[in-house]
Write a protein that binds this ligand. Structure first.
Ligand SMILES: [Zn+2]
Ligand SMILES: [Zn+2]
Length: 136
């Protein structure tokens, strides 16, 4: 547990743990259904969303726009740059990839086109290595 996670509230820790222990992205309702989260007394969606909001601000959790679900960041050090995700459509495994080169490219293109970006989300759908080899 690093300095940042030490400053989290009990609710935020419970939500973060649920996401870290899950092998796939979870919606706010799925987080609420986790036994550990229930036991820690978190039963209102609003409380879950509040904890998620803070964790996202801190860079510890990312939101997957295409699924309306959340994943724990796989990096030890929180990052401010947006993350890119490869999402397996079969098993829902989500792989976070470093994408600053792609982002720089998009930002440069947007500037060229005078396009003002509100949010930048990169999500790639497909199948993960284990699902591909299970089929072969
Ligand atoms: Zn991340
Ligand atoms: Zn898969």
């Amino acid at each position: 547990m690093n300095k940042l996670t030490k400053s989290l509230t009990k609710n935020q820790v419970a939500v973060l743990k649920a996401l870290q222990e899950s092998s796939e992205p979870l919606s706010a309702y799925e987080i609420m259904e986790r036994p550990d989260v229930r036991e820690s007394g978190l039963r209102a969606p609003l409380t879950i969303y509040r904890a998620l909001g803070k964790l996202i601000d801190l860079g510890l959790v990312h939101r997957l726009e295409s699924m309306s679900a959340f994943v724990a960041c796989c990096h030890d050090i929180p990052h401010s740059s947006p993350a890119t995700f490869m999402i397996c459509g079969s098993c829902k495994q989500t792989i976070e990839v470093e994408s600053s080169a792609i982002e720089r490219r998009i930002l440069a293109e947007a500037k060229k086109q005078s396009f003002e970006i509100d949010r930048l989300h990169l999500e790639v759908s497909g199948r993960c290595g284990s699902c591909v080899s299970a089929d072969n």
